[in-house]
Design a protein around this ligand. Structure first.
Ligand code: PAF
Length: 277
């Protein structure tokens, strides 16, 4: 496996590679959720590139940029084990050279859910992913459904900007008790790790309600809140929106994204399920 530590290196690599190229952009602190993306990419493409870059522009003031886990050695091992052909490890000076002033915004979609409480988050995500797509020029790029809004926003960005690649969203990987895998789970102490289970339980409450015939969005959201109440420290949002365009819904009469963001201790966790009527 090659480690590409400069923009020139990744461009040279891209020129030399033939056939289809899969791409898994990450911020490192890799876990089984990332391994699943890499595995799918290696199964569907001739070669796979993983990028590892903790992108400063998608963190707001007071967020966890500086304490975000950095585990490069272990990440490289995981990438090699899962069959990645190359890992691109740029730094901030390469990605955002002095005078950098061009941003990618996906209006509308990026303003809801996480975009409401994390101002400029998706501007940072879209800008860095657009740059990575330009450099890596993949055939297919893989993202996790756990970050559902990110996947929807990036799919729209690629479509709107005629980027010649396929954006593929892969199912969320969970612990046996349902907690969605996330690099931020390592912030949780044992007590908060237990309490964090309530997020998936809340999503399941909406699924159970729908399965029992309840389609009213307000009622299903109340069922989620009931599970979260007392188990998380602050709820950022509980939303049920149209799964395709994040439009408002009063009833689940088409596929809907049921999404939660909540703080357990000081750790902000997100998760979601698709409610299919
Ligand atoms: O999902 C992530 O890890 C990041 O948001 C991404 C897509 C790598 C962009 O920095």
């Amino acid at each position: 496996m090659e480690q590409l530590a400069s923009i020139d290196a990744v461009r040279r690599y891209r020129k030399a590679v033939s056939g289809s190229l899969g791409f898994v952009p990450t911020m490192g602190a890799l876990h089984e959720g990332h391994a699943v993306l890499i595995r799918r990419s290696t199964a569907e493409n001739d070669a796979t590139v993983v990028s590892i870059f903790v992108n400063p522009t998608q963190f707001g003031p007071g967020e966890d940029l500086h304490k975000y886990p950095r585990t490069l050695e272990a990440d490289l091992e995981l990438c090699a084990r899962e069959g990645a052909a190359a890992v691109f490890t740029p730094n901030s000076a390469m990605m955002y050279p002095a005078g950098f002033t061009t941003w990618v915004n996906v209006d509308g979609l990026a303003d809801k859910l996480c975009g409401r409480s994390r101002q400029n988050h998706f501007r940072g995500v879209c800008t860095v992913v657009a740059k990575l797509f330009n450099l890596v020029a993949p055939t297919r790029a893989y993202f996790g459904q756990k970050d559902a809004q990110q996947a929807i926003v990036l799919t729209r960005m690629a479509r709107d900007l005629d980027m010649p690649l396929e954006v593929i969203t892969c199912p969320t990987v969970r612990e046996t008790d349902g907690l969605a895998l996330s690099s931020r789970n390592r912030y949780l102490d044992p007590r908060n790790r237990q309490r964090a289970r309530s997020i998936y339980k809340a999503l399941q409450a909406a699924e159970t309600g729908l399965a029992a015939g309840e389609t009213d969005v307000a009622t299903l959201k109340r069922a989620c809140w009931a599970e979260l109440d007392g188990n998380v420290d602050r709820v950022d949002y509980v939303e049920i929106l149209a799964a395709d365009d994040l439009g408002a819904l009063e009833a689940v009469d088409k596929p809907a994204l049921c999404a939660i963001a909540a703080f357990v201790g000081s750790t902000r966790l997100i998760d979601n399920v698709i409610l299919a009527p």
